[in-house]
Design a protein around this ligand. Structure first.
Ligand code: SAM
Length: 223
């Protein structure tokens, strides 16, 4: 699904005024998150966080976890910032940046869970490399995730879901808790994202999976 962007010329300035929530130099943050949050709680990252609703709700439900949302468009991210400014949860930060720069933002093993929620499907074959579950991205995730950390993915897009299962399996990842209709099959608490709410209201099925990288000694990673 294409993201319709409304230009917000004031977004950049607004974001720059809040370096306490939107990190101004994220490329200098690798290995400094513990210092930034003032604790060594686990770090959960959402790639392509959009307007930050998922992070907002997760951070309230799990105050002992630190959440970081990465979003490349200021005009989208600014909504997440506005939301955060209401209650100023101390366990949330945003990065205005691109997931491809992940190794600048995080040190090896610094992230304890990674969420890929309703990411752009890029359905054309020639755009495969842009999908956030393409092997290049998986290799970045593998580096920043700690041992046995999980990736949790949700999408409304069957094509992207099938592709991701294939891409992750080829990479050697282990998949579990796969759901082809999350809202009918879920048993535990599910915190919805902005896009998920929209699709769920239309009665569309939500696909979900959890994935883990193999332990270091068994992995080739070039699949
Ligand atoms: N995760 C949110 C949700 O579920 O409601 C937003 C989903 S929206 C379809 C995908 C978001 O990912 C968009 O805001 C887009 O700008 C962002 N995005 C896509 N590729 C990205 C990248 N490489 N780096 C950072 N953000 C990205």
């Amino acid at each position: 699904m294409a993201v319709r962007l409304r230009r917000k010329p004031w977004a950049k300035e607004w974001i720059e005024k809040h370096p306490e929530f939107v990190i101004s130099s994220p490329s200098q943050m690798a290995s400094r998150w513990e210092e930034m949050f003032g604790n060594n709680n686990p770090i959960y990252v959402e790639v392509g966080t959009g307007k930050g609703k998922f992070i907002d709700n997760m951070s309230r439900a799990y105050p002992d976890i630190n959440f970081i949302g990465i979003e490349k468009f200021e005009s989208v991210l600014v909504t997440g910032l506005q939301r955060l400014l209401q209650d100023r949860q101390s366990n949330v930060r945003f990065i205005h940046g691109d997931v491809i720069q992940l190794l600048d933002y995080f040190q090896y093993g610094e992230v304890d869970r990674l969420f890929i929620n309703f990411t752009d499907p890029w359905p054309k074959t020639r755009h495969e490399k842009r999908r956030l579950t393409y092997k290049t991205y998986l290799s970045l995730y593998e580096k920043v995730l700690s041992e046995e950390a999980e990736i949790h993915m949700k999408t409304d897009n069957q094509g992207l879901f099938e592709y991701s299962i294939e891409s992750m399996s080829r990479y050697g990842m282990m998949l579990k808790n796969i759901s082809l209709n999350l809202h009918q099959s879920k048993r535990e608490e599910n915190i919805m994202t902005e896009y998920e709410e929209k699709f769920a209201q239309k009665g569309q099925p939500i696909f979900r999976l959890e994935a883990l990288f193999p332990s270091n000694d068994t992995h080739s990673g070039d699949g």
